[in-house]
Design a protein around this ligand. Structure first.
Ligand code: SF4
Length: 462
């Protein structure tokens, strides 16, 4: 599905490298492959052993670094960030990495996730004299580090990390060191790889493939990794909690060529489609997927039912940024600009339309309409995830509870509202079993909060 019209957005992607003469260039390519995780801003900070310098801006990676800015970023280490803003809102000052300079040295920060206690911490820090430059909750972390009286930066970071609640994957760069940290629940993915003698770290492994790096391992929840001239050192800043990696990474966000915590995304989605076929079969002539993220699930559904997979919908790949955030009044036009039914394929056919999720329901309704207008005789909607009934507090921007159609409507009511001949969602068990994470943790180590309303950090229990 198309993130920007669906109301479901990843907040960020992060990339870092240590020990390479072309650190900024490699970070640029890494960020480019993570562009699907955030399109509103991008930035890179490099370290040359003595100082930090960076460039950032609003827009896509290719727009922000279009005029030779990369050439000015010399250094052997770099961190980069692509941003979709929700926590703290948009604006240049909130584009990351955030760079802080002080007498004791500089630090640059790139963060993926959402701190659920950011406001509370901010109030406390302001009462103690902190002044914030941005409205981003990431800055809270920098203030906590600087306020710590611990003797070393590493200890200061560890103490600061323990104040934070929520989802965070952090990259922190100093003149001479790269720090990598993942929250104790491990909500967001974060992997480490090697590029020759250099180390790379990224939100998704697709970034490794693009820069020619090889995957080494996942960053563990509650782990702090320090890379410097002496090598790589790992320690814990917190006890490991049961893993709660975001289910939506598997269902929708991550690129199909990425592996998230060891599981390939295309394969996971295909298995979701197969399971959906077992749970909700229907007689039809063709199966089609809503591009791009639902295609793998549609292929799985087709394979399991024996109904042929066809290209019933195509995405216009040349829609510019003008249409990335259409206003409510332009949303309809936005959908049409981005997605077209292939009437030569769907006309006269009973169509199974596989999608990964339904947020507000408005987009599903328009696609069902489009297929009917193109001549489909029946449209059966199959969703490769359970109904989203609760909002996310861990870094995914989705609609408020009032806007989530499944929070207040039954499956039959949603079917009527979107105008489908039939509608079925994948079960909670189906989601877990199809992804097949080998884990003893609840829900096999997946966060399921937006489907169940049970939040792992207990903060928002209803
Ligand atoms: S609440 Fe949903 S979107 Fe948010 S982290 Fe959990 S699974 Fe992901």
């Amino acid at each position: 599905m198309l993130a920007e019209i669906k109301g479901l957005n990843e907040e960020c992607g992060i990339f870092g490298i240590w020990g390479h003469t072309e650190a900024a260039q490699i970070t640029y390519y890494g960020l480019h492959s993570l562009q699907h995780r955030g399109q509103e801003g991008a930035g890179i900070v490099v370290a040359d052993g003595e100082s930090l310098k960076g460039h950032k801006g609003l827009g896509l990676v290719t727009e922000v670094f279009s005029n030779g800015e990369l050439q000015k970023l010399n250094g052997m280490a770099a961190i980069g960030h692509v941003r979709y803003s929700t926590a703290g809102g948009g604006g240049y000052e909130n584009v990351q990495p955030l760079l802080f300079r002080s007498q004791s040295g500089s630090i640059a920060l790139a963060h993926n996730g959402n701190l659920v206690n950011a406001t509370e911490l901010k109030i406390r820090l302001e009462q103690q004299g902190s002044i914030f430059q941005t409205t981003s909750d990431t800055e809270v972390f920098a203030h906590l580090i600087r306020r710590s009286m611990a003797p070393t930066l590493k200890e200061q970071i560890k103490i600061a990390l323990n104040y934070l609640e929520g989802a965070f994957a952090f990259l922190l760069l100093t003149e001479t060191e790269l720090y990598i940290a993942l929250d104790p629940n491990g909500f967001r993915p974060l992997s480490i790889g090697r590029l020759g003698n250099a180390y790379v770290v990224a939100s998704e492994t697709c970034a490794f493939d693009v820069v020619g790096a090889t995957y080494e391992r996942e960053v563990e929840p509650g782990e702090l990794i320090i890379i410097n001239a002496e090598g790589v050192h790992s320690e814990r800043f917190a006890e490991k909690r049961p893993r709660s990696i975001c289910s939506m990474e598997y269902i929708y966000f991550a690129r199909p060529d990425s592996n998230v915590d060891g599981i390939n995304i295309h394969t996971a989605r295909k298995n979701l489609g197969k399971r959906l076929a077992l749970e909700a079969p229907v007689e039809a002539d063709i199966v089609t997927g809503v591009p791009d993220s639902s295609i793998s699930a549609a292929i799985g559904y087709a394979e399991a039912t024996g109904i042929p997979y066809e290209l019933g919908l195509i995405k216009n790949r040349y829609v510019g940024r003008t249409f990335i955030q259409p206003s409510q009044s332009l949303r309809e036009q936005g959908v049409k600009m981005k997605l077209s039914p292939v009437s030569g394929v769907v006309a006269g056919k009973r169509v199974v339309m596989v999608d990964d999720s339904i947020v507000r329901g408005t987009t599903s309704k328009r696609i069902v309409n489009m297929l009917r207008e193109a001549g489909a005789t029946e449209v059966h909607v199959r969703i490769s995830s359970p109904p989203i009934t609760h909002p996310c507090f861990y870094g995914i921007d989705m609609s408020t509870r009032e806007e989530l159609i499944a929070a207040s409507h039954s499956v039959e009511e949603i079917r009527q509202l979107i105008g489908a001949d039939s509608l079925a969602f994948l079960s909670l068990e189906g989601l877990i079993e199809a992804i097949g994470r080998p884990s003893d943790s609840p829900w096999c180590g997946q966060c399921m909060s937006c489907f169940t309303g049970k939040y792992p950090l207990n903060t928002f229990q209803e």
